[in-house]
Design a protein around this ligand. Sequence first.
Ligand SMILES: Cc1ncc(C[n+]2csc(CCOP(=O)(O)OP(=O)(O)O)c2C)c(N)n1
Length: 568
Amino acid sequence: MAVTPSGRERQPIAAEAFLRALADHGTEYFFANPGTDFPPIVEAFSRAKKTNAKVPRPVLVPHENLAVSMAHGAYLMTGHPQAVMVHVNVGTANTINNLTNLSRDRVPLILAAGRTPVTEKGSFGSRSRPIHWAQEMFDQAGMLRELVKWDYELRQPNQIGDMVARGMEVAMAHPRGPIYMVLPREPLSAPLAEPIAPMKPRAQAAETHPDPKAIATLAEWIVAAERPLIIAATLPAGAVDVLAHLAERCAIPVVTHNPRTVCMPSSHPMQFGFEPGALLADADLVIALESDVPWIPHLQHPTAGCRVVHIGEEPFYVRYPMRSFPSDLAIQAGPLNALDALTKAVETRLQMAEARIAARRTRLTERMRTRRAQLAKDSASGATISPEYLSRVIGETLGEDAIIVNEYPLRADHCAREKPGTLFALGPAGGLGWGFGAALGIKLAAPDALVVATLGDGAYMFANPLVGHWVAAHHNLPILTIVFNNSRYGAVRRATLSMFKDGAAGEDDGATLADLGPSPAYEAMAQAQGAYAERVEKPADLPNALARARDVVVNERRQALLNVITPY
Ligand SMILES: Cc1ncc(C[n+]2csc(CCOP(=O)(O)OP(=O)(O)O)c2C)c(N)n1
C-alpha cells in the first residue's frame, strides 16, 4: 500500500471521500467517540475545513450509546440517516444497547467503526500501539450482525463512496434500520487514484401501497362490525390526521399501546388511551396498525370470533423469533397509504352502516365522559407528587409545541399531546439509556424547539448523565430534563411482585435489586455542568418550578434539570 503524502501535494484519501459521500447522501451529523483508528478521519475533517468541502458536522460524544441515541433524535427531525463512528470493537460494543432500540424501532443509522490496523508493519497506518493486537477480532461485525441490515468491511480505498451509497440504500429501504461499516486504518488513510467526485444519491423506493382487494375486504368488515377497535403503536406524522378522520367518521375507538409517537391527538373523541383492556375483550374486529405487540396474550385476548387484521410496512415482524398473534388479514403497506386507501374504501360503503355507527358513537361518547372524569380524578394534586399529576402539569406548562422524549415514566393519558411529532418514546426493545441522548439529538437538529426529556431516575442513570450534561454544555444544546424520581427501579419491583407477591420477595416489598436509595442530589450534578437545576418535592411547588425551568431553557438557552420526587 502506498505511503500517504505528507508534503504540499496532498492526494485525497479515502477518509475524505467517506465524509463527502455521507454529506452527499444527506447526513448532517457525524457523532463520534474516537480512538487510534481515527487519524484519517481527523485529517479528513481538517482538510475539509481548509477547502470548504461539504462534510457532516463532527459531534464529539464521549459515550457511544449516547451517540447512537443522539443520531436517532437527529433522524427524527431531519428524516435523514445520521452517522455514528466509534473506536473498533470496544466502541462498537458500547453501541449495542441503543443499536438494539434503533433496530427494533426500524430507524436507519450509518454506524461505522475503525478496525485495528491489519498490517503489523510496513504500511502507512500499520500497528503502532499494543492494543492493536488485542483489539483485532476474527469477525468484528459478528457481535452486532443480528441487529443491522447489512455490514461490510472496506478493503479497497476506492470503494468507499460506493460502500456509503450501498449502506444508505439498504438502511433506507423499508423497513428501515441500521447498517454497519468496518473501516481499517490503512485503506481509510490510503490515497485515492482519482479526485473525489460528488455523488448523486440513488433513488429510494416510495412507501408501498396496499392490495386493493385486502382493503376492500377490510372496509366490508369495518362496515359490518359492531365493536371495532384500532390499536396503533407508531405512525408517521402525516398519517395522524388520516387516522383521526377515519376513527371519527366510523366511530372507531383507537388505543395506542406501547406508543412511540403521537398516533392520535389527546383530545380526540375516539382517543381511548393506552391500554386495550375492556375494549379488546369486547371487540368483534381488531385492527393492529404498525403495532408489534397489540396486546399481551398472557394477560388479555380478544374473543374467539373476533377478526384480527394487521397493517404495516412489514406486519409480520419477521425478525422477531417468536410472535403468535392471530391474523385473519394482513395488509403490507406504508401506514399512510393504507389509511388513505381504507378511508376511501370505507366512505363508499358507509350508508349501510350509518345507524350502527350513530349508536356506537353514543355509547363511546358516554364511555369517554366516564374516562375523562376518572383521568381528572387520577391526576389531581395530592399529598405528594404523583406521576399522573406530574404528567398533567408537564403537558399544561410546556405547551403544545414542546417536543417530549419519554423514557418511560410519563403517564401519556395525562399529558396532553395534540400535535403529531411532539412526543417520542423508547422503542419496543426497551433498552434503557436512550431518552437523554434522543432529546439532545432532537435539539441539535431542531435548535428552536423546546425539547424535554422525561426520564425515570433509573433511566437517567442508564443514560450516562454526566456525559449527557457535558454534551448539552459543550455543544450548546439547552434541553430540559425532568427526572421522575421514585428512588427505585419501579418496573423491576412491579415485575417481582406480579410473580412473587405471596413469596419471600413480597414480604420484602420487592425491594431487593430495585432500591435506588439513598437517591443522589441529581440537581447538584447537573449544576456542576452549568445547568439550572432544582429539586421539587411539594405538589404546590411543581407548576412554578416547571415554568422557571422552561423559561431558563427558552430565554437563557441554558440546560435545566428538575429532580422531581414522585413516590410510586
Ligand atoms: C439496558 C437495560 N437494562 C435493564 C433493563 C431492565 N429495566 C426495565 S425498567 C427498569 C427500571 C427503570 O427504572 P426507572 O427509570 O427509575 O423507572 P421506574 O421503573 O421506576 O418507573 C429496568 C432496570 C432495561 N430495560 N434496559
